[in-house]
Design a protein around this ligand. Structure first.
Ligand SMILES: Nc1ncnc2c1ncn2[C@@H]1O[C@H](COP(=O)(O)OP(=O)(O)O)[C@@H](O)[C@H]1O
Ligand SMILES: [Mg+2]
Length: 358
């Protein structure tokens, strides 16, 4: 009788605050190599419903339950598509690490994700670890960022900085195995929401619209003086804070929309630049990497830094976060912690996540 191939892979699933869709990967047993990757975009309807939910902070319990299942279904479909694409069997997967979709994050108080792990486990037949953030929060931490632990693995013993530019930007600084990290502020979330409001587009492709505007120096100065940028670490944030109401509180109402977009690119670039100037080993990842204009600005503002992409470390910029959650699932099953107390501020390291075993 042919023996079953051993379970030797992990799956990671991630959708961030941009609400664009699910990034999924199958990684090898060491979580150091991506075997296959896929992206499952959210439907327009789901994006709209999630935006409504996250921006208003209001819904009925029945709608929340329904959204939880809808999101779980897309996460499950992402797994099935990864298996299909690779020819790897569900029985060869040790576990899925699913971040879920954050719908409410207030660092230090609460961090809520939907896309239930039980549903994903049933739909895929694979043990699923989900709800990674709450144990850190319960232990007094921000619940974010968690990825620094994986960024250390990615750097494989080297020193360096990893900057993830999703809806929010977070940075990890790794030096001699000492890891620090925090959210620097907005990366794409304000850019996406401003262009959505003025041009009904999901994002400013390649930064073309922002390139057509001029920096409003007075506005930029006011935005940069916001208290979040002055806060000491540990700190984490989300679109609950950096949203169009936040922006409106700094606008006079006389600004040209393209100038605001241009100024928001500079806000992202400058709030990151203060941590990467004169550094010789900066690796970028996340969807913001595709904003050609944003990258141009980061390079312009940091002429003495060597700015690379995580692709040079072997992991595609769009799948770093997904791979991180595969790694965290492995750590959870091995009863190893995935939070770093210096990063999140939790009182102790904790084994993260809830396990839905099959
Ligand atoms: N070609 C592009 N030009 C400009 N921005 C882009 C481009 N491609 C992706 N993005 C940005 O990346 C975001 C998605 O990045 P992602 O890393 O998935 O963020 P999150 O982790 O918040 O989901 C989009 O919402 C958009 O702002
Ligand atoms: Mg995304």
């Amino acid at each position: 009788m042919a023996s079953m191939p051993p379970a030797q892979y992990y799956i990671g699933l991630m959708s961030g605050t941009s609400l664009d869709g699910v990034d999924g990967v199958i990684v090898d047993h060491q979580c150091q190599r991506i075997i296959v990757q896929t992206y499952q975009p959210y439907t327009e309807q789901l994006k709209q419903d999630l935006r409504q939910l996250t921006q208003s902070g209001q819904t009925s319990l029945s709608n929340l339950a329904e959204m939880d299942i809808k999101v779980a279904r897309i996460f499950s479909d992402t797994v099935l598509s990864l298996l299909d694409k690779s020819g790897i069997l569900a029985t060869q997967i040790s576990a899925i690490g699913s971040h879920g979709q954050t719908i409410y994050h207030q660092g230090g108080r609460y961090s809520m994700q939907i896309g239930h792990g039980a549903f994903i486990a049933e739909q895929t037949g694979v043990t699923t670890v989900a709800d990674f953030r709450m144990q850190d929060v319960a232990a007094g931490g921000q619940g974010a960022p968690l990825t620094p632990m994986y960024h250390r693995l990615l750097l494989n013993g080297k020193s360096g900085l990893v900057v993830n530019m999703g809806g929010i930007a977070n940075i990890s600084q790794i030096s001699n195995d000492i890891v620090s990290g925090f959210d620097t502020g907005p990366a794409n979330t304000l850019l996406d929401n401003w262009i959505k409001q003025h041009k009904a587009l999901d994002y400013d492709r390649d930064g073309l619209w922002s390139r057509s505007g001029l920096i409003d120096k007075a506005l930029l100065e006011k935005l940069l003086s916001d208290e979040y940028f002055q806060l000491c670490t540990p700190k984490s944030t989300g679109p609950e804070y950096f949203n169009l109401e936040w922006l409106a509180s700094y606008l006079t109402g006389n600004e040209a929309p393209e100038d605001v977009q241009r100024t928001l690119v500079e806000l992202t670039a400058m709030s990151i630049s203060q941590y990467i100037s004169d550094k010789s080993d900066v690796y970028l990842c996340g969807g913001g990497v595709h904003n050609v204009f944003l990258l141009e600005r980061l390079r312009y503002l940091n002429p003495n830094s060597v700015i690379m992409l995580t692709n040079e470390l072997g992991v595609h910029v769009d799948y770093v976060e997904a791979a991180a959650f595969a790694y965290f699932a492995k750590r959870t099953l091995a009863q190893e912690p995935s939070n770093i107390v210096e990063v999140t501020g939790a009182k102790q390291t904790r084994i993260l996540g809830a396990i839905y075993a099959i």
